[in-house]
Design a protein around this ligand. Sequence first.
Ligand SMILES: Nc1ncnc2c1ncn2[C@@H]1O[C@H](COP(=O)(O)OP(=O)(O)OP(=O)(O)O)[C@@H](O)[C@H]1O
Length: 344
Amino acid sequence: MDSDEYFDDDLDSSFLNEVNAIEAAHVAASAAATPRESPPSRSKPLLKPAAMSKSQYKPTNAVKLFPQPRPLSPPRAAITEGDDSSDHYFDDDPITLNEADCATLDAVAEGRKASRTGSVHVHSISGSSGPSNLPDRHSHLLQRNLYGEVVRDVEPSKTISTTRPFQRTRSTLRQMPLPGLAKRSKQWDRTAYAKTGWRKPRPNPEKEKEKEKGRTSDNDGEEEAVEFEQFPAPEVPVGLAAKTWIYPLNKPKRDYQYNIVKKCLLENTLVALPTGLGKTFIAGVVMLNFYNWFPEGRVVFVAPTKPLVAQQIDACHKTCGIPGSTAAELTGNVAKDKRITAVW
Ligand SMILES: Nc1ncnc2c1ncn2[C@@H]1O[C@H](COP(=O)(O)OP(=O)(O)OP(=O)(O)O)[C@@H](O)[C@H]1O
C-alpha cells in the first residue's frame, strides 16, 4: 500500500493546496533558522542511494524499500510530476544508500530466497587461502577482524551434501576401555568345563596340620569324626536263648511289623518304610531280642543326628523295656577317654 493514497478520497484539491502552502512556509522558516548541511558518510548499511531521487530509485524484486511512514503525507494533487520538492522527505531520513550497498542487500535477499526453496549452498569464504566462490561485489560478506583483515578458517569449510546430511563417525571414546572395566584376559572354554566339571579344591597340607593342632588343643568344644574298628560278624549261638525270641504286645500287633522283626532276627535286612509306620519300634524289638541273647554283648544303633539317637534310646526303654541305665549315648561331645568307660 502506498502512503500517498491516504487522503485521496475525502479531501478536495483546494484544501490540500492550502495545507501544502502552510507546510511549505514552515519548512522555509526552519531552513532559514538552521542551515542544512549534507549528512556525513555512514558506515552502517544504507537504505537509499544518495545520488538518486525518489522517482529514479527503483528497488529490485528481492529488496523492496519503503520510506518511513508518516502521519501527514503530501497529497498527490499538490505535487506535480518531475518536481523534486518531495525529496526533502527522503532528505530527512538519516539513512542513505550507495550502489554497492544496494547490491549487497540484493545478494542477501537472494540468499534468503534460495534458502527458503531448499537449495542450500555453502560457499567457501576462507579469503586468500583458496579461490572464493563469491563475486567481488560480495566482498563485504567476508568476515574481517578489527584491523580489516580477512579472518581465515582453521580448516577449509566443507561443502554439506544435501543427499547425505549426516555422516557416521566412530567415536574415539568407545575404543577406550572404561575405567571400571578390566580387559578380558581369559575366555570361557565350555568343552573343557563339560569334561572336568567343578573340581574339589585340593587339600592344603599346611592347613590340615593347623586343623590337627586345633583339635588336640581344644577337644571339648568341637565335634570330632568318630572312628570305628571293623569286627567279625557275631555268630548266633544256636541252641540257647536264640531258639526263642520275644515280641512286645504293649502296642497293637501289626502283621508287617511282626514279619519284618522276624526277618531281621534271622537275616541281615534293610527296612525301607514310609515315615510314621513304626520303624523305630521295629528296631527296638530287634535290639531287645539281641539284648536277651547276648547279655555280655553290645548293640550299636547308628543315627545321623543326635535327636534320633535320643529318640531311639527313649523308644527302647518305654516300648521295648530295655533299661536306660544300660544304654549309653556316644556323640562328638563325649571325650575319647570317657567313651570306653561309658560303654565298656
Ligand atoms: N504297632 C503300633 N501300633 C500303634 N502305634 C504304633 C505302632 N508302631 C508305632 N506306633 C506309633 O507310631 C508313631 C510313629 O512311630 P515311629 O516313630 O516308630 O515311626 P517311624 O517310621 O520310625 O517314623 P520316622 O520315619 O519319622 O522315624 C509313634 O508314636 C509310635 O508310638
